[in-house]
Ligand binder design. Structure first.
Ligand SMILES: Nc1nc2c(c(=O)[nH]1)N[C@H]1C(S)=C(S)[C@@H](COP(=O)(O)OP(=O)(O)OC[C@H]3O[C@@H](n4cnc5c(=O)[nH]c(N)nc54)[C@H](O)[C@@H]3O)O[C@H]1N2
Ligand SMILES: Nc1nc2c(c(=O)[nH]1)N[C@H]1C(S)=C(S)[C@@H](COP(=O)(O)OP(=O)(O)OC[C@H]3O[C@@H](n4cnc5c(=O)[nH]c(N)nc54)[C@H](O)[C@@H]3O)O[C@H]1N2
Ligand SMILES: [Mo]
Length: 765
């Protein structure tokens, strides 16, 4: 590091940054064996014209006061001074709280924010709402793992324990004979870890495993879901049908006598009931390879050959997060476990089941011996919550009952929503519906760095700092580098830290002492670091004082190698170390889930045909997966994200046969549509995708041609215009954004301009 270079971190990597005459320069962390280029998106971020420079209030809200308004998304904004806008907002918060109570405030504020642990926006919002307004309606689970987070505790253990402390990459490099992946383990996904990542190691582990002779086999509509280094064998599969394939593999394992009966009897609950279903004794349909072949379009002979190949091998099964971001997404998660159990693999080194390994940089790693303390959030006085992806349902159906994980819940009446650190017009499904839902609010408050589509729908927009404009500490439990995230330059315009905004609001509400405890953000950083240093000292690994840590820019932390402990201990001693499930065993049949009586998630895993299926009007599956060139929607205007677009639009992968059928050539702009809306994208014709499936990554900022349209037409290519907003099932109620059904045509009309990164009209006073 030269003197001007500052140490910094992001969810997509640790880096150094300096500002000079050429603007911002970023360099990846020197010890990173496989740095990723997402950091280049920062270069354009600091002074981009789409920064929010000053607080702004939507004209309709200012003129008519709080209340439902169809103008959200296509209104002008009036700039205001900080004092004036915070007075106005404090008054509105007080009004809502006095009139309806904190039960009318939605503070879920889902989103990834930035990597720093103190300026973590969700923690800031939650602490503010708890300390200053008595609480808020929260959200539970995530868009990432909505179905699996609810299912796994019933059948195996907590999501984090299963995904983060499962089979390690070292074990895979050393022991696995076959790694069977549903959905792949793309490096573009594992290059990201919330809180920061200093070393990207997945590529090297896969290379080592392959060099030793381990075989990687994956089922996925996209070839790019495994890196070349894994030398993986690619099989295509119709999206949303893996459950049928897994059932057929289990069928062949059972009928050929390859099942590990001893393991199933000793470690699993309810295998017999499930086996009756697999054999067709309960529903008259044996789950044979022939049966599955019709559903999945995987040849029956390939399924049979694979089942035989798996038998007797040290097998690791993994199911990507993406498979459960679909209707009935619980089923492939459950069946991946059932498949590994049928062959007696769970708990063996390099064997068994590691849900979502490779989907994110946290999994398959080791944990730090002590965790960095979280910024405390205080106590939430409101008990009401929603599963996170039910937000539009909640706003559109207040007072209605719905099912979730054995509970009957009722949607609250929300008057005000407060968002900081998330972008619902990126992450939510059916954006036309989301807009109608937000239009029902009295008030939507958003803290944002840039004029994102969510900011453009807000009533009050407060400009906040980009991570490079403040000091913070970055780190995560599965990375051994704690990073001093040093401020690189002064805040843009009038942007302020979320913490300082909340502190000034709290002062107006008379709750400043409770919110800030009298500390500046600098004092909080020292305090949190001090708590960490105490924990490290108690662990016998004394840490330097804060100033030394800050000057050196980072600190290596001791780790413990306890990967796989849950299943390994269970396998060694199932009585002494039962699993945290009701039976203490792997639940292939769950009495708890069975008692809920859900038709869309019965007591053992099943094949259920999804509502989303191709037909004459929707002949194509659309895969809307994670983008390779950015994290979600963050810094979409950045150069690395922009370089991957064509004519300013998101790129859609299409198989040559499908392109030919539509008269589409490489680089043509196409219109992809269904009943929910339409988007434009640039065609990229490639045989690295299966026929009948097209793919548009998520994250291009929503840019409706006419924002007043009820059926949106996004000219930039945001696939969430086309995804359906229903839950995975009554059990998980997770989002189903990964798959949609669509049609497409070549777009020959004059191309509308992309205005996603042009701020809305802002009137200066
Ligand atoms: N169709 C479909 N949809 C999906 C998915 C899919 O596979 N398909 N995937 C889903 C998944 S897994 C996820 S996790 C979600 C992700 O959805 P989000 O987490 O909402 O996406 P981000 O783009 O990371 O949004 C973070 C926002 O926080 C802002 N921000 C960053 N730092 C700060 C800060 O310090 N303060 C404030 N106030 N704001 C800040 C950024 O500018 C950005 O707008 O998307 C989901 N949506
Ligand atoms: N670069 C980058 N990395 C990221 C993120 C990002 O935004 N950018 N987001 C991070 C987050 S928050 C999360 S939760 C994880 C998400 O991790 P995942 O959800 O696993 O990631 P995706 O890329 O959405 O999906 C992985 C692949 O699954 C395949 N797939 C889709 N549907 C099916 C199906 O029905 N069957 C089979 N067999 N395959 C299918 C698709 O080809 C897709 O490329 O990624 C993380 N990593
Ligand atoms: Mo996610």
């Amino acid at each position: 590091m030269t003197r001007r270079e500052k140490m910094h971190s992001s969810h997509w990597g640790v880096f150094t940054a300096s500002e000079g005459q050429q603007g911002l320069t970023v360099k990846p962390f020197a010890d990173d064996p496989n740095p990723n280029r997402l950091i280049d998106n920062f270069v354009d971020a600091l002074d981009h014209p789409c920064r929010v420079a000053k607080p702004a209030v939507r004209r309709g809200w200012l003129e008519n006061g709080p209340g439902p308004d169809r103008r959200r998304g296509h209104d002008e904004y009036i700039e205001m001074e900080w004092d004036e806008v915070l007075d106005l907002l404090a008054q509105e918060l007080r009004r809502v709280q006095r009139r309806y109570g904190p039960e009318a405030i939605f503070g879920g504020s889902y989103g990834w924010s930035s990597a720093g642990r103190f300026h973590h926006a969700q923690s800031q919002v939650h602490r503010f709402l708890n300390t200053s307004l008595g609480g808020y309606v929260r959200s539970v689970n995530s868009y990432s793992a909505g179905a699996s987070a609810v299912l796994l505790p019933h059948i195996l253990g907590d999501l984090d324990e299963v995904a983060r402390r499962g089979v390690s990459w070292e074990e895979i490099a050393e022991y696995s004979e076959i790694v069977l992946s549903f959905g792949g383990m793309a490096l573009k996904n594992s290059q990201v870890a919330s809180g920061g990542i200093s070393r990207h190691t997945e590529r090297d582990f896969m290379r080592q495993a392959a060099a030793r002779g381990a075989e990687f086999i994956y089922f996925s509509p996209l070839q790019s879901d495994m890196p070349a280094e894994s030398r993986a064998e690619w099989h295509t599969i119709v999206p949303g049908t893996d459950a049928a394939l897994m059932l057929a593999l289990i069928y062949d394992i059972v009928v050929n006598g390859w099942a590990d009966r001893g393991f199933l009897a000793r470690y699993c609950e309810g295998w017999d009931i499930f086996e009756q279903y697999v054999l067709g004794h309960t529903d008259g349909q044996p789950k044979t390879p022939d049966w599955a072949a019709d559903i999945c379009q995987v040849p029956a002979a390939d399924i049979a050959a694979l089942a035989q190949r798996l038998a007797g091998k040290r097998l690791m099964v993994t199911v990507a997060h993406s498979l459960q971001r679909a209707q009935h997404g619980e089923q492939p998660v459950w069946l991946g476990l059932a498949l590994a159990a049928a062959l007696g693999q769970p708990g063996l080194p390099g064997g068994g089941y590691n849900y979502a390994l490779g989907a994110i940089g946290h999994y398959g790693k080791h944990h730090n011996a002590v965790a960095f303390p979280a910024f405390p959030q205080g106590r939430n006085g409101v008990k009401t919550y929603i599963p996170v992806a039910r937000v539009a349902d909640m706003l559109l159906h207040p007072g209605e009952q719905y099912d979730y994980n054995g509970h009957k819940l009722t949607y609250p009446h929300i008057a005000l929503a407060y968002w900081a650190g998330g972008n619902p017009f990126h992450h939510h499904q059916d954006l036309g519906r989301l807009r109608r839902a937000f239009n029902t609010l009295d008030t939507l408050v958003v803290h944002e760095i840039h004029w994102t589509p969510t900011a453009r729908h807000a009533d009050i927009v407060l400009p906040c700092t980009l991570t490079l404009e403040r000091d913070d500490i970055g780190g995560t439990a599965t990375d051994n580098l704690l990073v001093a995230m040093q401020q690189v330059r002064e805040p843009y315009g009038q942007a302020r830290d979320d913490y300082d905004i909340f502190n000034d609001l709290a002062r107006r509400l008379g709750t400043e002492a409770a919110f800030s405890e009298g500390r500046t953000s600098g004092q909080w950083l020292r305090r949190l670091y001090g708590q960490m240093a105490d924990k490290l000292a108690a662990h016998g690994a004394p840490a330097p004082d804060f100033d030394t840590f800050w000057a050196q820019g980072s600190l290596y932390l001791p780790q413990i190698k306890d990967g796989g402990r849950l299943l390994r201990n269970f396998r060694t001693d199932p009585v002494g170390h039962p699993l945290p499930t009701p039976s203490g065993k792997i639940e292939i049949f769950s009495s708890a889930i069975d008692r809920f009586g859900y038709a869309d998630c019965p007591g053992h895993p099943v094949w259920l045909a999804p509502r989303l299926r191709c037909d004459e009007t929707h002949p194509f599956y659309l895969i809307a997966n994670q983008p390779a060139t950015r994290l979600h929607s963050q810094l979409d205007f950045g150069r690395h994200s922009g370089d991957a677009k064509r004519r300013g639009r998101e790129v859609c992968k299409i198989h040559p046969l499908d392109a030919e059928g539509k008269g589409v050539r490489q680089g043509d702009i196409i219109k992809i549509f269904n009943g929910l809306g339409a988007i434009l994208a640039s065609a990229d014709i490639s045989d690295a995708i299966m026929p009948g499936v097209i793919q548009v990554p998520t994250g291009a900022w929503f840019d409706p041609y006419d924002p007043r349209d009820d059926i949106p037409f996004c000219v930039h290519g945001n696939p969430n215009v086309l995804t359906l907003d229903i839950g995975t099932s009554a059990l998980g109620q997770g989002c189903i954004g990964q798959i949609a059904v669509v049609d497409f045509v070549r777009y020959d009309d004059p191309l509308p301009a992309v205005r996603a990164f042009v701020p809305p009209p802002v009137i200066r006073r």
